[in-house]
Design a protein. Structure first.
Length: 353
């Protein structure tokens, strides 16, 4: 969130509230992990990586499409670390004008530029002892990248217009929707900074690659927006859920969340039906295609991809038959016993929302 401060610079909302980490047993619950909703294989891999790297001080670069929850992942890392009682400060490098971003990050001294009527403490200094989350770091100018590199290498910086060197102990988590390797090749992002950030890479999957999480997300959003707006939506029809499961969600979780909020506010009560869904989502569902699979530079596990597709296909068939296993087995051309074994292996259960 951006607010205009008295000196006409941008003030970025800081998150410094205490973290409440769950136990290891809670981490494994199907609803998700530290506020991130998801029970799919891909998301469980993300949760496991968070647990493994959180308590180190290594720099982390979170990649993923817009709306995949990179900020939530960064906060979860902080909350699982030994820095959890210290500040967690987030700043969107793409939302602040280039000439003001340096002052926001590193502060400035009085009189260093027009409008600098007082000394300003920057985000890095405020984050001392804790974590700073640099969102959309791919939008940072090459000039500012040099100063950030110094912080990463030496743990120190000078405020704008100042001569005093400030030392800080800060864990840096960066995020981007851009392909930074490609930006390096184009010369818009420093190669040395890229490798300093790329110590621990974390890739968040697009929603179309974790479709089995959609019922969990919808249930969570319905509860949240019902409470927030004093509404009484008690779920959605199987037809509506089927349409949501087959949409490609180019805006990812954020698109789904905004759509659910809009429907909850406008509808007020009852169950969400296909008629309540936006036309573009219904039209896209009318011509479903194979789920998209992204082949990354690191490759892909064929076994994992096949497992996820099998799981999604079984869920879709069970929803179609209202969880009548005999009918679902016939549609899938399987023996009922085989289908039951697959349901147990994938830990599938009817979704009640």
């Amino acid at each position: 969130m951006l607010n205009f401060a008295a000196d006409d610079t941008f003030a970025v909302e800081e998150e410094t509230q205490p973290c409440e980490c769950r136990s290891a047993e809670d981490d494994c619950k199907p609803e998700g992990f530290l506020g991130i909703i998801g029970g799919s294989t891909k998301m469980r891999q993300v949760f496991e990586l968070i647990r493994r790297v959180a308590d180190s001080d290594s720099t982390i670069l979170i990649s993923g499409e817009t709306g995949t929850g990179k900020g939530l992942a960064a906060k979860a890392i902080h909350c699982c670390s030994h820095r959890k009682d210290k500040p967690f400060i987030s700043i969107n490098c793409g939302a602040i004008p280039e000439n003001l971003l340096e002052s926001e990050l590193f502060g400035h001294v009085k009189g260093s530029f027009t409008g600098a009527t007082a000394n300003k403490v920057g985000k890095f200094e405020r984050a001392h002892g804790g974590t700073i989350f640099l969102d959309e770091i791919g939008d940072m100018s090459p000039e500012l990248q040099v100063k950030l590199l110094k912080v990463l290498e030496e743990g120190e910086f000078e405020p704008v217009g100042g001569t005093r060197t400030i030392k800080v102990d800060v864990r840096i988590i960066a995020a981007t929707h851009r392909d930074l390797d490609e930006e390096v090749q184009k010369g818009t992002f420093r190669e040395d900074l890229f490798y300093r950030l790329f110590v621990i890479p974390m890739q968040l999957p697009a929603l179309r690659h974790r479709r089995t999480d959609i019922p969990l997300l919808v249930a969570d959003f319905l509860k949240s927006f019902n409470d927030k707006n004093n509404r009484h939506i008690d779920g959605l029809t199987e037809e509506a859920l089927h349409i949501l499961m087959n949409h490609s969600w180019p805006g990812n979780v954020r698109e789904l969340k905004n759509m659910i909020e809009r429907i909850v506010v406008l509808k007020g009560d009852g169950r969400i039906t296909a008629r309540d869904l936006p036309a573009k989502i219904k039209d896209a569902s009318a011509n479903p295609s194979m789920p998209a699979v992204e082949i990354t530079d690191e490759g892909i596990s064929l076994n994992s991809a096949v497992t996820e597709f099998e799981k999604a296909l079984i869920v879709q068939t069970l929803e179609k038959t209202k969880w009548v296993k005999n009918q679902a087995a016939k549609l899938l051309q399987l023996n009922r016993t085989t289908l039951v074994e697959k349901i147990k292996r994938h830990r599938l259960e009817p979704v009640s929302i």
